[in-house]
Design a protein around this ligand. Structure first.
Ligand code: FAD
Length: 434
């Protein structure tokens, strides 16, 4: 195992994707060189999930374009990396068990910590959807992205109807009572993350048009909720839905859940069904088994924190990103907001920052830039769902440029997009519509 060259309190970060990498970097930034930091992940690269759909529709291999090697990036900040599968956390003894997984057959190892940051994301439970293996498609990882790419571009798809949408999300009770904005809350969501279905619906229609196979009226988008992407706020979603229905898309809400996929379509829990040759599905986001039942987790296995991302009962335990109960919807942009808080809190505990510098509670903002195909994208910045007062929707080429540019900037800066990254995005996307 690589060992950090510095000595001092040990911060152990579980997970090395968006939330894990950024938490580790933020701890180094705010706490300085005296802290030891270790990241454990089962894979040694960061997967840039948001840009997989664009590659699928453009017939590019996301495996060659959406990965960033973690080891060198972490080494630059003197952060040790362990490639292993986390199996158990003992919060009373401050120990984590993992199995080194570079080669099969390894023994279980244990590693201690002074501070623990849990950033392991969730299981995307495709295995809970009857018929998915045979009849379903998706875009949430390299395997499934490439499988859909083959299907679309190598003659599998015959031009029939398309259905795109989510299974029901089962949110835990871990964020109950939190008030991120005056009078607001972290509401209950029935779908984990609905930017992607909206994005894929728009890109799909552009792709159909480009290939002479039709357009929006071939595509049905569905949601278990009252309103798709409701976390973007009612005003924004109603605007989006108006535009989408004007274009000819079909929309089904309150489907409750997916009962099963068949060769001919999708059957929903509310008894309705939709005919579809191609079914692009987003599943339930489920907590990892090793988190379920731990005293730091809620009734569904999501890690409980306050708005400073700290577990109320085990103050040396933090969570960031999709694994945290407070992250609703499961959006990378919200995880990103949390990692700075984690870095500042640990630095405060270690005496590197004052309470005034560190205690800035989470005020989640839904940022979403979705590819629409044809070099255009939509841009959403909204916090009204949580009780805030901002709701912006823009569509056009500038938003697309920003989406692609953000990935480049992320890779170039090794995940340390400058603070002005989001502000610049706001300025450009909100100042332009075309
Ligand atoms: C198609 C799609 C498009 C999206 N687009 C956007 C977007 O435009 N904007 C946006 O903000 N969000 C978007 N999201 C959501 C975004 O991808 C997630 O919110 C984000 O990836 C969460 O980051 P995370 O680090 O918390 O978790 P993850 O990205 O899931 O990372 C978790 C990490 O933990 C590791 N891990 C898991 N279990 C273990 C274990 N037992 N042992 C060791 N390591 C483990 C994994 O290997 C992984 O590296 C999109 C999601 C999808 C599916």
């Amino acid at each position: 195992m690589a060992s950090p060259s510095s000595i001092g309190p040990h911060v152990l970060v579980l997970g090395g994707n968006f939330a894990g990498l950024s938490s580790a970097q933020r701890v180094r930034q705010f706490a300085g060189p005296s802290v030891r930091i270790t990241v454990i992940d089962r894979k040694d690269y960061l997967l840039f999930v948001p840009n997989i759909p664009a590659d699928v529709f453009e017939d590019q291999d996301p495996a060659l374009r959406q990965r960033m090697e973690l080891r060198e990036v972490l080494a630059k900040d003197d952060i040790a990396f362990v490639q292993g599968e986390v199996k158990a956390i003992d919060v009373d003894r401050k120990r984590v068990e993992f199995v080194p997984n570079e080669r099969p057959g390894s023994e279980t190892q244990a590693i201690g910590y002074d501070y623990l940051v849990i950033a392991v994301g969730n299981r995307l439970a495709y295995d809970a959807i009857e018929g998915f293996a045979e009849f379903g498609h998706t875009v949430s990882d390299l395997y499934h992205g490439n499988r859909l790419r083959e299907y679309l571009h190598r003659g599998g798809y015959r031009g029939g109807p398309v259905a795109i949408g989510s299974a029901r999300f089962h949110q835990g009770n871990g964020a109950k009572g939190l008030q991120p904005y005056p009078g607001g809350s972290i509401p209950d969501a029935l779908a984990a993350c609905e930017g992607p279905p909206v994005e894929v619906m728009l890109s799909m229609a552009t792709w159909l048009g480009k290939h002479g196979l039709g357009g929006p009226d071939k595509v049905t988008v569905f949601t278990p909720a009252e309103l798709i992407a409701e976390d973007a706020g009612e005003t924004v979603v109603k605007q989006l839905l108006e535009i989408a229905s004007g274009m000819g898309f079909h929309y089904m809400n309150k489907t409750q859940d997916i009962r099963r996929l068949t060769a001919d379509g999708i059957e929903f829990a509310d008894g309705r069904s939709v005919e579809a040759e191609l079914k692009i599905i987003f599943p339930d986001w489920v907590a990892h088994d090793f988190l379920k039942g731990l005293p730091i987790c809620d009734d569904m296995g999501f890690v409980k924190t306050d708005l400073l991302m700290r577990n109320p009962d085990y103050p040396s335990v933090f969570a960031a990103g999709d694994a945290a109960a407070v992250t609703v919807p499961k959006l990378g942009a919200i995880g990103h907001q949390q990692t700075e808080i984690v870095g500042r809190q640990i630095a405060k505990d270690l005496g590197a920052l004052t309470a005034e510098e560190a205690d800035r509670p989470l005020q989640p903002v839904v940022y979403c830039i979705g590819d629409m195909g044809g070099g255009k994208a939509f841009y959403i910045r909204s916090n009204t769902w949580y009780g805030g007062d901002t709701a912006v929707l823009k569509m056009g080429r500038m938003a697309y440029f920003l989406k692609m540019r953000y990935r480049d900037l992320f890779f170039q800066t090794h995940g340390k997009t400058p603070d002005w990254g989001l502000d610049l995005a706001e300025l450009l996307a909100e100042g332009h519509t075309g």
